[in-house]
Design a protein around this ligand. Structure first.
Ligand code: CA
Length: 670
């Protein structure tokens, strides 16, 4: 996916007490600190013999061409304590671009600032920026709606995918860009009927959008010279700068910062929080700002100098080293403060140590409304990594070493519900054969309990509380849910066909997630049977294959309606949104035959519409009759139809569960 490095590395003395004691810098002022009368630059380069700063007029060599006035000044920086080099430039230099020339072992390398807040096109040069100038009007009052934050339902979205479809109703100029989010009244084909983009998300009822990487990444050229480029963006270049290709002008460093903020504000105005997908575990390549500033410090390598490759990208970063840990903390907090970000999703979190993640949690908690900022990640790695210190990796078996408010994606439930992500024919609970194993039943019951309390499994996942679990069946990786169903059940024949049995399986999968503890999450378009024609890794496929197809959304509106209902229902059910350690004990499983699962949700102290409800999962292709717990029950959904509570049927004693269905009833006191 990304070029392998053959750079020779060394561990140097970076892990000695002497180096750590003498060169760990605790200040929070690395980078360019702008004021209108002077700018103070600071860069941490403890192994450098020499550091110079270059001030430029243009954001890239290309724009400068052979114009002599491009390089404005080149100055030797001052070496201060703890390996920090500084320079104070007098006057107002807002909008000036800069780089550092770092000389180590006689070799001089030009690099952008690891702490860049803005940069020129393609991120080769940093820019001095007055961030106050980039704030849209009303920004000082911008924040996520507190009520929405209480009901997290996460929607995973790529910025380009959102509006790349010409039928999205978004103007040509904004299509595929940050600014597409600022159109709050778009409709499919501009026909004024079917809402799209933000207008659509509002009607869906999700409360958080999780954006695939939106920091500056390297795989897409920002000059616009290459048409129809696409990438998910898991290849970081400048961690603290928004990606330029989503802006309307990547050459002016202010524009992407301002447009990103406009996007955040538009989502907040729609009652939706913004989660960033952050990729601190590797960089685009080893020709990075880190490697050029402090060679070998930021990356892991073996004793014999082979770069560690647990990320599959050939350059694992070292969260266990003090200054990279510090960098991750600073970077996350910067996005939270400057861009009002409401959550962070850590890519390959299994490559980070629990101490770093817990320290990030602690630092976020100290911010205004910081406690409600979400943190979660992938508790795995692509392969084994070489740790530079003794650490506790953030993998499922160590989930209890993580703060209770750091969650992990639960692959057990994901694969249990619809079959393994790597096995095309692999089936699960909703698309399986009639005969289901005890093991599968146990897995789904654990999913319902978010692997906590009675649902904890020492051999699988044993979470402290539901707050540690993200429950999901689809994400950008691997097949879409629809494609997985077509692949496993229909031998991959005709992804475009509207199979009614698969639609029911899709509903059932979503129904399980929405009636389970833990935070629900789904890939954008899962709710309208999104297909990539069976492609299981579309990271650099065409925009057309990846984009949300708004015509398809219209065609699958009944599936969307089911999601809407279940999202709304979740907010009214007792227990299911609880995140505390005791939540799973308020779920009472009912004795049921074979693979059918039933459970009562009961919480007398609940502030929800109902204090008691019952849920059944029937994975069979046929009707199954079950006994209802004592009392009168009102039917909310039978997995096919959804009812308004006041119009629902009252049932007692027994109920016939429809084939492949999630049935929910509430306890009717009358
Ligand atoms: Ca970029």
């Amino acid at each position: 996916m990304i070029e392998r490095s053959n750079i020779k590395m060394s561990r140097h003395n970076f892990d000695t007490k002497d180096f750590i004691d003498n060169y760990t810098y605790e200040g929070s002022d690395l980078g360019a600190n702008y004021a209108n009368d002077k700018t103070v630059f600071k860069v941490w380069a403890p192994t450098a013999e020499n550091v110079e700063i270059c001030l430029y007029k243009y954001g890239s060599e290309e724009e400068a061409g052979d114009k002599e006035e491009d390089l404005l000044r080149k100055i030797l920086m001052n070496k201060e304590s703890r390996g920090v080099w500084t320079w104070e430039e007098a006057g107002d230099i807002e909008g000036i671009y800069y780089t550092f020339l770092v000389t180590v072992d006689g070799i001089t390398r030009e690099t952008a600032d690891p702490y860049s807040k803005a940069c020129g096109v393609n991120g080769k040069r940093s820019m001095v920026i007055d961030l106050g100038k980039t704030n849209p009007s009303g920004w000082d009052k911008d924040e996520m709606n507190a009520e929405c934050a209480k009901h997290p339902v996460i929607y995973e979205l790529h910025i380009g995918d959102f509006s790349n479809d010409p039928y999205s109703g978004i103007s040509d100029e904004y299509r595929g860009k940050y600014l597409a989010f600022t159109d709050s009244s778009s409709t499919a084909g501009n026909e004024g009927k079917f809402p799209t983009c933000i207008n659509y998300l509002k009607s869906l009822g999700i409360t958080y959008v999780h954006l695939l990487p939106t920091f500056d990444y390297g795989s897409v050229d920002e000059t616009g010279k290459i048409k129809n480029q696409f990438n998910w963006g898991y290849d970081p270049v400048n961690y603290n700068v928004p990606e330029g290709s989503y802006s309307t002008n990547a050459k002016d460093g202010h524009v992407r910062v301002n447009e990103f903020k406009q996007m955040v504000m538009a989502l907040h105005n729609a009652g939706i929080g913004v989660i960033m997908d952050v990729v601190y575990n590797h960089t685009f390549n080893m020709d990075s700002v880190f490697q050029k500033t402090v060679p070998d410090y930021y990356y892991r390598c073996s004793e014999d100098g082979v770069a560690s490759n647990g990320s599959g990208c050939g350059n694992d970063t070292a969260s266990e080293r003090e200054m990279y840990r510090r960098y991750m903390i600073d970077s996350v907090c910067y996005w939270a403060k400057e861009y009002h970000i409401d959550g962070f999703r850590f890519d390959l979190m299994g490559l980070h140590d629990t101490q770093t993640l817990n320290e990030i949690r602690e630092s976020l908690d100290k911010l205004n409304n910081g406690k409600r900022i979400l943190m979660y990640g992938e508790p795995w790695a692509a392969a084994e990594t070489t740790w530079m210190r003794d650490v506790t990796p953030a993998i499922p078996s160590n989930v209890r070493s993580l703060d209770p408010r750091i969650a992990i994606f639960c692959d057990r439930a994901r694969d249990g519900i619809k079959g393994h992500v790597f096995e095309a024919k692999g089936r699960g609970y909703v698309n399986g054969d009639e005969k289901e194993s005890e093991e599968m039943k146990k897995k789904i019951m654990s999913c319902v309990c978010a692997w906590s309390g009675q649902g904890a499994d020492e051999n699988e996942i044993s979470a402290i509380a539901p707050s540690q679990i993200i429950n999901y069946v689809s994400a950008h990786d691997d097949w879409t849910l629809w494609d997985k169903l077509v692949t496993s059940v229909k031998d991959g024949e005709d992804f475009g066909r509207k199979y009614s049995d698969l639609l029911q399986m899709n509903k059932m999968a979503a129904g399980i997630i929405m009636t389970s503890l833990g935070t629900p999450f789904f890939q954008a378009g899962e709710e309208f049977a999104r297909t990539k024609n069976g492609c299981d890794n579309s990271y650099n496929s065409s925009p057309e294959l990846n984009q949300l197809d708004w015509k398809r959304a219209m065609e699958y509106e009944s599936l969307i309606d089911y999601y809407k209902y279940m999202i709304k229902l979740r907010k009214s059910l007792p227990v299911i949104e609880r995140t505390d350690e005791a939540a799973a004990e308020c779920i009472h499983f009912i004795e049921t035959e074979d693979a059918v699962i039933g459970f009562v949700l009961e919480d007398d102290n609940s502030d929800k519409a109902w204090k008691k409800a019952v849920v059944y999962y029937n994975p069979y292709e046929k009707d199954v009759e079950v006994k209802l717990p004592e009392g009168r029950w009102s039917l909310l959904t039978d997995g096919y139809n959804c009812f308004e509570p006041e119009k629902s049927d009252i049932l007692e004693k027994e109920i016939v569960l429809k084939p492949r269905s999630v049935t929910v009833l509430y306890y009717d006191k009358k």
